[in-house]
Design a protein around this ligand. Structure first.
Ligand code: ADP
Length: 214
């Protein structure tokens, strides 16, 4: 945990993370329905490269129009292919995109208010945003459940799903940074109850000001 005791006015920031298909969006929506502002870095990552935004101009300048679609949007498949096996290219792309994602996350967080707010950051363990949040909430489920959900939602084969999981941080590494854990393996109602309990805790913590920044 990175927070210090201090002023009572800044909202408590909760970093919500978890592996792919663990249920981050599902849990974030449950918090939203209880009134918490949600700042989703996946959504921000898509917005910063939208046509007309400076990041897309920089990407075109650096990588050429081969990574744009005919409509002038970022061709994600082409971009992925280009950076997949080339560390140097990947770094170049990250230099363009990451600072903008961070700045927009900071902007939205300071505008959002709330006694507490939820920042959804899929790769929080590896992200500098880890030092921006006061508390880490990990959405967890076993790997088989992740594979089943990926098969239902995104991927065609079990091998593909398992490859995606293997490329992510290990479950133990994610859990190691958790202050709170939601187990999202069973019925949605069971998850909703855990969200409601944490909501009460976060409201109380925010009131006490104990975990907030100076
Ligand atoms: P993430 O945002 O972590 O990738 P999602 O919240 O999108 O995960 O969940 C992945 C998929 O699993 C979605 O299709 C979602 O509806 C489904 N899902 C999530 N939690 C549950 C649950 N407890 N029971 C059944 N399906 C779930």
């Amino acid at each position: 945990m990175t927070a210090r005791r201090g002023a009572r006015c800044a909202p408590l920031r909760i970093g919500l993370t978890g592996g792919i298909a663990s249920g981050k969006s599902t849990v974030a929506e449950m918090f939203r329905s209880l009134g918490a502002p949600i700042i989703d870095t996946d959504v921000i990552a898509r917005e910063v490269v939208a046509p007309g935004r400076p990041a897309l101009d920089d990407i075109r300048e650096r990588f050429g129009s081969r990574v744009l679609t005919a409509e002038g949007e970022l061709d994600r498949a082409a971009m992925r292919l280009l950076v997949f096996s080339d560390e140097h290219m990947r770094k170049k792309l990250e230099e363009i995109v990451h600072p903008r994602i961070r700045d927009e996350t900071f902007r939205q967080a300071s505008a959002a208010g709330g006694p507490y707010q939820i920042l959804v950051v899929p790769l929080l363990a590896e992200s500098p945003l880890r030092h921006f949040v006061d508390r880490v909430l990990v959405v967890d489920c076993d790997q088989n459940t992740q594979v089943e959900r990926l098969l239902a939602r995104d991927t065609d084969t079990r091998e593909q799903a398992e490859r995606i999981l293997a490329a992510q941080a290990r479950r133990e590494d994610r859990l190691a940074i958790a202050d709170d854990v939601i187990i999202n393996e069973g019925a949605l109602d069971t998850t909703r109850k855990q969200v409601a309990r944490l909501h009460d805790i976060y409201v109380e913590l925010a009131k006490s000001g104990e975990l907030q920044r100076e």
